[in-house]
Design a protein around this ligand. Sequence first.
Ligand SMILES: C[S@@+](CC[C@H](N)C(=O)[O-])C[C@H]1O[C@@H](n2cnc3c(N)ncnc32)[C@H](O)[C@@H]1O
Length: 220
Amino acid sequence: MTRKIKNSFYVISILLILNLFVGPVLAEKADKRVGLDEKVRLFFASQRGKWVDWNVPEVDGKVLYDLIIKNNFKRAVEIGTSTGHSAIWIAWALSKTGGKLITIEIDKGRYQTALENFKKAGLSDYIDARLADAHQLVQELKGPFDFVFSDADKDWYKNYFTALAPKLEIGGCFTAHNVASNWGGIKEFLDYVQSHPNFDTTIDRSSSSGISISYKIAEE
Ligand SMILES: C[S@@+](CC[C@H](N)C(=O)[O-])C[C@H]1O[C@@H](n2cnc3c(N)ncnc32)[C@H](O)[C@@H]1O
């Protein structure tokens, strides 16, 4: 009986000590999370109607966000940052999964505006922004990745896909914007991915732009 009381006393003491030290740490983490969400929402509100650099519509940003959360993706690449609208949606989702985004832009002015936007949104820590020609950089990037968003030069989409597909994990996905358009390169890209035996492709039509979503189901 005395031993039982002693054991209970130890257990309660350990729980109290844990609560004393771990509780505040968890609370601080939760506070930071709420703080970040609020910062991103405020930034988006301040930017409404101001995304004029070929940025994705909000509804498409949400599609990317949901995909990352649903699949718990962590290692993402974006081709075509522009001023950062889609990157902010992607990085916001990655801030919740514990991941990070590499995003590539060739135009210095848009790259610099994107950096400022990432800072304002509070998401710089989740984004590795590169000022580079993606034609070359995608060849050099070391994988593995589990999420790719292609939104730069459409006539290079198939090349981006062939360069990054081997670096994608099984279960990961390659997404591409504007696939509902008939711009040069889109048909060639879609024909290629839709008939690829190792990828399962669907098209999200939340906006009129269309996003192809190709899940890797088998290795090359
Ligand atoms: C449609 S915009 C991207 C919009 C962006 N995803 C967003 O939602 O905010 C395409 C961007 O790709 C960039 N781009 C075009 N060719 C590129 C290349 N070879 N390497 C890197 N970026 C490129 C353009 O400069 C442009 O800013």
